[in-house]
Write a protein that binds this ligand. Structure first.
Ligand SMILES: *Cc1c(COP(=O)(O)O)cnc(C)c1O
Length: 395
């Protein structure tokens, strides 16, 4: 664990003083237990027997043949319980909360995926659960609000600011600061104050630890490129983690360009962002000259975040990873493509990564390989894609 949670100029712990003490307690407890057999066994047992790991490592033969270049492998996080990679991280943080004697989990959610994952594990552990969600999002994602309630969670619509994800994070941080000893804040991405970016990376690194083993078994070598979509960056940092020290493996994070990175309707944080402080961390943000956070836009609710985890900003600075943008149109095209070619309805977030794979695979040769993380399944996106095409599927 990086001691002060610093990734050169990024990271840190920019929170009100009342929270520092509790964050230090979280970091210290985590440091003390993370390498113990007891914690590792409990974590792995839940990953394997509850979340359905290891996730499949699938050779996308039809895509590979159609694109005519590199071999494409998909890391199938969409097949996890609750339908995305988020559960890996929630299991880790909830176990830590349990070790700290906490009985109530709180979390933010945008589209509802992280809220559902948190309410799921709270139910499993018999803990209370409060989910903060921008009011706009509670209206756009009614089904997930109902799911959270079905699991025993309480949803708190947030009416401040622009009533979206960034405001939900503010509200959750406020609740954490108000009751630091009682609640555990389950952060949904590799973002926020130290120790969250490090912990979330550790919990999500199971993705690359597995994929490295899986590709070595099939190909007897490491991949040439690893591609993953980036919102706050948790599935991407987990997909990269075990390859960061393997200098011959190219790491590529795909951001949501929305209507284009040169428009205001974008979420291309690394491409267009500037350094600042928000949500407890120093990182890159889409903001105005005075440091006020800009509204962001993407067709994909999961990538619609104005910042990015500090380690991605750092990996970009040192040129260890490359970050690119994919527009709404390109992502929707990839959503259709992978459904028709592979019979997989993938999350629109993940389809940003697929769209980039479609661009680069044909330019690579046939004995090269790409691993692309399918971060989630796309059932949740079907209605939005239909609407995008001008079809109304609501009854
Ligand atoms: C939440 C989510 C994302 C974006 O979050 P990261 O922290 O960047 O991984 C991507 N894909 C899916 C399916 C999600 O639910």
């Amino acid at each position: 664990m990086i001691k002060q949670g610093r990734y050169l100029k990024y990271g840190g712990q920019y929170v009100p003083e009342v929270l520092i003490e509790e964050l230090d307690r979280v970091a210290e407890t985590y440091n003390n237990i993370k390498d113990t057999d007891e914690f590792k066994n409990e974590f792995n047992d839940l990953l394997n027997n509850y979340a359905n790991r290891p996730s499949l490592f699938y050779y996308a033969k039809s895509m590979t043949e159609d694109l005519g270049g590199a071999k494409i492998y998909l890391k199938r996080e969409d097949l996890n319980h609750t339908g995305a990679h988020k559960i890996n991280n929630v299991i880790g943080q909830a176990l830590l909360a349990k070790k700290m004697g906490k009985k109530r989990l709180i979390a933010e959610t945008g589209a509802g995926q992280h809220g559902v994952a948190t309410a799921t594990i709270a139910a499993l552990f018999g803990m209370e659960c409060d989910i903060y969600m921008g009011q706009e999002d509670t209206e756009r994602q009614k089904l997930n609000v109902f799911r959270i309630e079905l699991l025993g969670g309480r949803v708190h619509p947030v009416t401040s600011g622009s009533k979206v994800l960034k405001d939900a994070i503010n509200a959750a941080l406020q609740e954490f600061a108000a009751n630091p000893n009682e609640v555990f804040y389950v952060m949904g991405s590799a973002t926020g104050p130290h120790p969250y970016p490090t912990m979330v990376k550790d919990f999500q690194s199971v993705i690359s630890v597995e994929s490295k083993k899986q590709i070595k078994e099939i190909e007897n070598k490491l991949p040439d490129k690893v591609v993953a979509c980036v919102g706050g960056g948790s599935n991407a940092i987990g997909s990269f983690a075990d390859y960061i020290s393997e200098k011959n493996v190219d790491l590529i994070g795909v951001e949501a360009a929305g209507k284009g990175v040169n428009t205001n309707l974008t979420a291309g944080t690394i491409e267009k962002g500037t350094i600042g402080v928000f949500h407890g961390m120093k990182s890159l943000f889409l903001q105005n000259k005075l440091g006020q956070i800009n509204p962001v836009y993407s067709i994909s609710a999961g990538l619609d975040y104005p910042g990015v985890g500090p380690e991605h900003a750092y990996l970009n600075d040192i040129n260890r990873a490359q970050y690119v943008g994919i527009t709404d149109d390109e992502a929707v095209e990839a959503f259709n493509y992978i459904a028709k070619k592979e019979g997989i309805i993938a999350a629109i977030e993940s389809c940003h990564a697929i769209a980039y794979v479609k661009k680069i695979a044909p330019k690579m040769n046939k004995n090269q390989t790409i691993i692309c993380t399918l971060s989630g399944r796309g059932d949740k996106d079907v209605a939005a894609i239909a609407k995008y095409k001008g079809v109304d599927v609501d009854e």
